[in-house]
Structures are given as structure tokens and as C-alpha cells.
Design a protein around this ligand. Structure first.
Ligand code: AMP
Ligand code: ZN
Length: 114
């Protein structure tokens, strides 16, 4: 997906404030943070939505969760707590159609799920 913004971030074609990276996933700061800590975790592979995740992804979600944990530790919210959000499709508020996990923390979150 040549023009997908998160594919371009994964390739390093456009800059991002990288928090953590492995062979298969990248975590970076959200450009429009909704909380003092707002990290986006993506697979490097282009997967459009949560609905496209299948068992053949071979543990990708486990790697994404490990990256969420590492990002939380690096940002210092692993003990204070954080919220993980995945928006899926239009009613879920998904704007970028490359699977991503929001990690929100650093303040007491209210009922902000929509
Ligand atoms: P969603 O509504 O779940 O699709 O969220 C997309 C998120 O990507 C939003 O929180 C945006 O602020 C964020 N975003 C968009 N472009 C960038 C970018 N270039 N770098 C970092 N975050 C971005
Ligand atoms: Zn993509």
C-alpha cells in the first residue's frame, strides 16, 4: 500500500516520533494526542482493519500487545494505567485504514469511548 500513511511511517518515508520498533511492529507518538501519553502501535504489514486479522497472521496480535506493553513501560504508564482502543470501520471512528492500536494514558481517563 504505497500511499497508506501508516505504511509510509513503517517504512520511514515520513517522519514519526518512534517509541519502539521490532521487525513486525512500530509504536510512535500520535500527531494529535488526546492524552499526555498517546502512542499508536501498528503492524508494519498493511492490514486494513481489525476484521482482516486472521489466524494466519501468526501471532501478530500477540506482538502488537507486547509492543503496547513496552510502549507503556517506556512512557511510564505501565503502573499508573492506560487505555487501549482499536477503532474499526466507520461507526467505530476509524479514519486511517491501516490497523492500529491507540495507547492512552498519563491522566485519569473519563468515559471518552464515543
Ligand atoms: P483512527 O481514528 O483510529 O483511524 O486514528 C488515527 C490516528 O492517527 C489519529 O489519532 C491521528 O491523530 C493519528 N495520525 C494521523 N496521522 C498521523 C501521523 N502522521 N503521525 C502520527 N499519528 C498520526
Ligand atoms: Zn498501510
Amino acid at each position: 500500500m504505497k500511499d497508506c500513511i501508516f505504511c509510509r511511517i513503517a517504512r520511514g518515508d515520513i517522519p514519526s516520533s518512534k517509541v519502539y520498533e521490532t521487525e513486525r511492529v512500530v509504536a510512535f507518538d500520535d500527531i494529535n494526542p488526546m492524552a499526555p501519553v498517546h502512542v499508536i502501535v501498528i503492524p508494519k504489514e498493511h492490514i486494513a482493519t481489525l476484521m482482516e486479522i486472521t489466524e494466519t497472521e501468526g501471532g501478530l496480535m500477540t506482538e502488537i500487545v507486547a509492543a503496547v506493553q513496552e510502549a507503556a513501560r517506556l512512557k511510564g504508564v505501565d503502573r499508573t494505567g492506560f487505555r487501549v482502543v482499536v477503532n474499526c470501520n466507520e461507526d467505530g471512528g476509524q479514519v486511517i485504514f491501516h490497523l492500529h492500536v491507540h495507547v492512552l494514558g498519563g491522566r485519569k481517563l473519563q468515559d471518552e469511548l464515543g
